[in-house]
Write a protein that binds this ligand. Structure first.
Ligand code: PLP
Length: 414
């Protein structure tokens, strides 16, 4: 397979972009869906932000001027750059806070909108069991305050559960564990027909596959900065609110950075008219600096091309797995058009197998209780990596390497 892999790499229009990332020697990185690789331009951008903008510019850097870096607009600026990757207009996206916090703000905003417009008060937030934990926990937090009611239904029953009580349908487009995709268009339509609003979590989609929020008429979305956008550990997340809702938008974290005029220092809160209302406290400038580099690089490569390559990589990986005589239990959809940029396999010893692979430099991850998850970040992976990773996986089985006692001990982060 290695010969075929080299031919595919030679014909790959994205092959040159690998050199724009730091991929450590001896590592085949199949976890870009958890923490994306470091773009080579990031350290210099960070050094500039620290030494020049902070060190020399000091508070002058909040404004955009000769000495200023325009920090004050940075959340909106980075949001505007994310917008084309998700089918949004520039003024509909802001980079701020974490996915979890943004979920809280947007779920609350959806409930407030429903309370304004509905004749009956809708309080149900509908999602699926097994959605990413933080998404479900954030509903529970609002439930514990008496503000929301959580309803979880398996994906095949979601449409039927869209009744008059549902305020918001809240789903993750590409499932974190299996990679399975939702039909955003069909579900958004069904929710709207039932009088519900829709919030899409794009954490496992943004930067890996095309998303068209305005094309499907979505209301809200959130997404992650440190996965496919390569913004670095704990990078700011982003939030989207459709333009048509900006006038009715009310979120409860009414901090001064969401104020229409923060530097008027007024006693009364007056929400900024646009997406800036979703900010709460002071923007994390250093985090945004790193995120901006990642977003620009992913945008330069182009999300359509990234998606094509991601599909080709995972299909080739499966071909290599077969040619190595491995018979694995694939839990991701077999058709690459129905899954995100990952392949997940179920195995009773998934944890130890994952550890044995990591010892060989093939970094994937384990998701409780029995999933080996391999992510294919298309910006920096080669077809050769697919052939090598499949061979390592075969050797882990052939040599029963995963049975070694050191691969059974669990760390806090898997
Ligand atoms: C990674 C991820 C998050 C991350 O949330 P944070 O609050 O930014 O840590 C949220 N939702 C999904 C679906 C994710 O995959």
């Amino acid at each position: 397979m290695i010969e075929k892999a080299r031919e595919l790499d030679a014909a790959d229009p994205l092959s040159a972009f690998r050199a724009r990332f730091h991929v450590p020697d001896g590592v085949i990185y199949l976890d870009g869906n958890s923490l994306g690789c470091l773009p080579k331009a990031t350290p210099a951008a960070m050094a500039h932000a620290v030494e020049r903008e902070w060190g020399d510019g000091l508070i002058r850097s909040w404004n955009a001027s000769e000495l200023g870096a325009g920090w004050f607009e940075m959340g909106s600026r980075v949001g505007a750059r994310i917008a084309p990757l998700i089918g949004a207009q520039p003024q509909e996206v802001i980079a701020t806070d974490t996915v979890s916090t943004n979920l809280f703000k947007l779920i609350s905003a959806a409930l407030a909108m429903q309370a304004q417009t509905g004749t009956t008060r809708r309080k149900v937030i509908l999602s699926e069991p097994g959605n990413f934990p933080t998404d479900i926990y954030m509903i529970q937090g609002l439930e514990s305050q008496g503000l929301a009611t959580r309803r979880l239904a398996p994906r095949e029953h979601l449409m039927a559960e869209l009744d008059d009580d549902v305020a918001l349908l809240m789903l993750t487009h590409a499932h974190y564990k299996t990679g399975e995709l939702f039909d955003m268009d069909a579900l958004t339509k069904a929710a709207h027909d039932a009088g519900a609003l829709v919030l899409w979590d794009l954490s496992h989609s943004t930067g890996a596959l095309p998303v068209d929020l305005n094309g499907v008429n979505a209301d809200f979305a959130v997404g992650c900065g440190y996965k496919y956008l390569c913004g670095g550990p704990g990078a700011p997340a982003f939030a989207f609110v459709a333009q048509r809702h900006h006038g009715d938008l009310k979120q409860p974290l009414t901090g001064w950075f969401g104020h229409a005029r923060p530097f008027a220092f007024l006693d009364d809160y007056e929400a900024a008219p646009g997406i800036e209302q979703l900010q709460c406290g002071t923007s994390p400038i250093l985090g945004l600096t790193a995120l901006e580099v990642g977003v620009d690089l992913i945008a330069e490569i182009g999300v359509e091309r990234l998606h094509q390559k991601s599909r080709a990589l995972s299909e080739f990986f499966l071909e290599c797995v077969l040619s190595n005589g491995l018979d694995l239990d694939l839990v991701s959809p077999r058709d690459s058009s129905e899954r995100g940029s990952q392949l997940s396999f179920r195995h009773d010893n998934a944890y130890a197998i994952c550890q044995a692979l990591i010892a060989r430099g093939v970094i994937g991850d384990f998701r409780d209780p029995d999933i080996l998850r391999l992510g294919f970040a298309p910006a920096y992976l080669r077809f050769e990596d697919m052939a090598d990773a499949a061979r390592h996986l075969a050797e882990v089985f052939e040599r029963s390497e995963w049975q070694r006692p050191e691969f059974a001990a669990r760390s806090a982060v898997t």
